[in-house]
Design a protein around this ligand. Structure first.
Ligand code: DGL
Length: 261
């Protein structure tokens, strides 16, 4: 079984990519909704949550655990790997490398939570992959929480997003890296703003390919999806259609459950 987790709904963007790549695999999604947003919390707090959830997923029988959260990956991926050598651990890092490699203007922006924006992991990623490209990091406080509320058609969110994005476009940035898995769900808002001027860079499909490489073809599984949350588990199933993922609901094998972690 493949376990995928995030602070909340954001990791569903990664889960969807994994589900497309491995339609026969058994999947377990865990949302740490009692503790979101991670992006405004300390590294120590996030590390504690990641280690507890990773252990829980391993105890549930997951042989692969996907940290479908840039913030958690930056704060705790190494610790999770060190403490769980018996499972394969996959993280999510902002797509600085593909963005820098494809930028024509040689200017790119990374949109991320406050925690990821100031992380050593992102600084290293930029240092290793920027080449001659100028990389601007834009923290987007509050965006993940707004997405959790599913108020994606709220005009106030649209104007907040465009107030952030237009100056980046005016500064010539032609790649916008979605450095938080929640932001994939802003694509319908972002695409019309950037059309003809910039492209979004999302790593969900690349993460799914990495999961396929590590977990191989699944045998003895029936393509089920189990949903767990540390608070309000019923919201997960309801969120799927609101996020354009209604097709994933067909894989859900049982009512979403509360996870006491
Ligand atoms: N989805 C998470 C990420 O990729 C974080 C959202 C949060 O702040 O909880 O960074």
């Amino acid at each position: 079984m493949i376990g995928v987790f995030d602070s909340g709904l954001g990791g569903l963007s990664v889960l969807a990519a994994i589900s497309r790549a491995l339609p026969g695999a058994d999947l377990l999604y865990l949302a740490d909704t009692a503790h979101l947003p991670y992006g405004a919390k300390s590294d120590d707090f996030i590390r504690g949550r990641v280690l507890a959830i990773g252990r829980h997923l391993a105890n549930c029988g997951c042989s692969t655990v996907v940290v479908a959260c840039n913030t958690a990956t930056a704060a705790a991926l190494r610790a999770l790997r060190e403490q769980n050598s018996e499972i394969a651990v996959v993280g999510v890092e902002p797509g600085v490398k593909p963005a820098a490699a494809s930028s024509l203007s040689r200017r790119i922006a990374v949109l991320a939570t406050e925690s990821t924006a100031k992380s050593a992991g992102l600084a290293r990623l930029i240092r290793d992959h920027r080449g001659e490209v100028a990389v601007h990091v834009e923290a987007c406080p509050g965006w993940a929480t707004r997405i959790e509320k599913l108020d994606l058609n709220d005009p106030a969110l649209a104007s907040e997003v465009s107030a952030k994005i237009l100056p980046l476009l005016e500064a010539g940035m032609d790649r916008l890296v979605l450095g938080c898995t929640h932001y994939s769900f802003l694509a319908p808002l972002l695409e019309p703003l950037i059309i003809g001027r910039a492209e979004l860079v999302d790593v969900a499909a690349a993460v799914a390919r990495q999961v396929v490489r590590l977990s191989g073809e699944s045998t003895g599984s029936d393509g089920s999806l189990k949903l767990l949350a540390t608070a309000k588990p019923e919201r997960l199933l309801a969120a799927l259609p609101a996020l354009g993922l209604g097709w994933l609901a067909a894989r859900v094998s049982a009512p979403a459950q509360l996870a006491d972690i």
